[in-house]
Design a protein around this ligand. Sequence first.
Ligand code: PLP
Length: 376
Amino acid sequence: MEHYLDNAATTKPCAKAAAAAMRCLMEVYGNPSSLHRKGLEAQHEMDLARKRIAEALGCKSKELLFTSGATESNNLSIRGIAASYGKRRKKIIASAVEHASVKQTLSFLEVQGFTVVLVMPREDGTYHAADFLKEVDSNTLLVTMMLVNNENGCRLPVEEVFRAVKRRDSEVVTHCDAVQGFLKMPFRAKTLCADLISISAHKVHGIKGVGALYIRQGIRVKPILFGGHQEHQLRPGTESVPLIVAFGVAVEKLSSDVMDRYQQIVQLRKRLIELLRTMDGVLIRDLPDTSPYVLNISLLGYRSEIVLHYLEKQKIYLSSGSACSKGASSGVLESFGAKQNEVDSALRISFCAENTEADLTALVQGLKGAQRDLMH
Ligand code: PLP
């Protein structure tokens, strides 16, 4: 039996989404820009997916465009806003724990002459709206904040910050990377006060290679790719109809019971914490305001990669908690105050509604086995 506990990295596509993609691959293969029946059929399928996702996000269909994933949605948002409004205003405010697709884009803009201010969490691991708001001034172009951090599940006060920013100066643009919050906690595009929202299909049981970007009506974003007229001339290239349709199906399936699943995951996480507390040498990062979908721990004294490979032999799958890329940490856990030895031994457990008590007991047994069998 497999124990997949790496749902913040990606989720298993749901059967309905996979079936819809296969049907489109084989039957709805027209180019949505073609004027004949096969093209119109593809366009119609895409329109339906857009409507489903827009409904789940609480926006109009025409405010949603498809991309290749949240990486592209984040790039397009930030670079597109900088190109559109960045002549007069040069300051961008972001949390210090954004995903690389935001942080790297900000570094790119810094080289182009923009000023980037990264806001750190407080010592207790929480984010406060006031820490963002004190940075906002007449030079501020954009405030970008993720809804939920992908490494430790920390929830950022996005709505509070965006609402206050807009009240102070409605010209400041607001962007939210909502990848780890979409369909995991209830929110609507309008009440979030975000001008732009990035989401990704493969984090919600869709298929890799497609995402979406909400752009509030009236916000001007300049394209970063050039070519055809697709997606309001903002994202050229023939749309991947099978992936988009599967995205729509996955979203429709999840959107009806966000709160029920939330409660289920709260219980799962609570139970895992209970089980972990019976062990010695486990540091549990149970921050005050966290999404239940992610739990970051450290198996102190044991390097993450070694533990991951030990667990995978027992078909238990999770991530190193610091999203290491070839040995280099992303710096997120350090921003939350973790010490080097804690970062080196960090593990990220991330849930979906299909996880059960059996996954939790297998994991705890696996971790106890690691403490017994591996070199300390
Ligand atoms: N933003 C966050 C918070 C993520 O967790 C991820 C995925 O790892 C991304 C952006 C990038 O999403 P995608 O894989 O669709 O490009």
